[in-house]
Design a protein around this ligand. Structure first.
Ligand code: KIV
Length: 275
């Protein structure tokens, strides 16, 4: 059954957990969709995981549309949420609506996600008013990494925790259908989850959130540049892939691949005429 923003709302009301994973291409999206994951996030983490950047700052609208549309083609049932990249919404409400519209029209998103609290509420309201569902993102917001001075747990002081709670209420009031909480203390995420009516989706925010999201390469051991504490490695697919590449290399070099069963045939009659 197709997941929508209403599904997420109903799941929170029923106390059913919401699952979300990132994807950046058609074949991975298809596997995630077939596994029954509720939402697929085309995160701007594609800058790190797919494009090899150090952060998400260089990711463009074109990158998000290109990868988002591929994911949308592979996702039959999961709700596809596409990240708005750095400077596609911070500059003005007008830019935010235009760029959210592009992610829907060209990227075939079911919703968009943007980072920030009260300061981006005018954007959240305008995008929502245009009929585009918005997922907010609070806590460690990677597009502000230069302002934070590194990847650090957020909301640990009284002032920061109060700001996070009021930001969560503000994004709900502005019309967000869900909010991602990244790298925040579990007890604070629990409080936010109780205080807001919209689903909270945690990443490094404990298990009391209404849902969870992970970067799929992190949970499969496919990305080793940096592994945050909150990541659980469900399988070591990275190792399996590397072993397969090594085996392929060895067989190609030994001349044992391709074998007879991988060959196409031609009739001797045709072949004889070539000599
Ligand atoms: O870009 C991304 O993958 C994200 C998740 C970490 C929530 O925003």
């Amino acid at each position: 059954m197709k997941n929508t923003v209403l599904t997420a709302k109903e799941q929170k009301a029923k106390g059913e957990k919401i699952s979300m994973l990132t994807a950046y291409d058609y074949s991975t999206a298809k596997l995630i969709d077939e596994a029954g994951i509720n939402m697929i996030l085309v995160g701007d983490s594609l800058g790190n995981t797919m494009l090899g950047y150090e952060d998400t700052i260089s990711v463009t609208m074109e990158d998000m549309i290109h990868h988002g549309a591929a994911v949308a083609r592979g996702a039959k049932n999961a709700l596809v949420v596409i990240d708005m990249p750095f400077m596609s919404y911070q500059t003005s409400v007008y830019d935010a609506v235009v760029n959210a519209g592009r992610l829907m029209k060209e990227g075939r998103a079911g919703a968009v996600k943007l980072e920030g609290g009260v300061e981006v509420c005018p954007q959240i309201k305008a995008i929502t008013d245009a009929g585009i569902p918005v997922c907010a993102h609070l806590g460690l917001t990677p597009q502000s990494i230069n302002a934070f001075g590194g990847f650090k747990v957020q909301g640990k002081t009284e002032a920061a925790a109060k700001k996070l709670l009021s930001d969560a209420k503000a994004v709900e009031e502005a019309g967000a259908f869900a909010v991602v909480l990244e790298c925040v203390p579990a007890k604070l995420a629990e409080l936010v989850t109780k205080e807001v009516g919209i689903p909270t989706i945690g990443i490094g925010a404990g298990n009391v959130c209404d849902g969870q999201v992970l970067v799929y390469q992190d949970m499969l051991g496919m990305f080793s540049d940096f592994t945050p504490k909150f990541v659980k490695r469900f399988e070591n697919i990275g190792e399996i892939m590397k072993n397969a590449f090594v085996a392929y290399d060895a067989e190609v070099k030994a001349g044992s691949f391709p074998a007879k069963e991988h060959e196409y045939t031609i009739s001797d009659d045709v072949l004889d005429k070539l000599y």
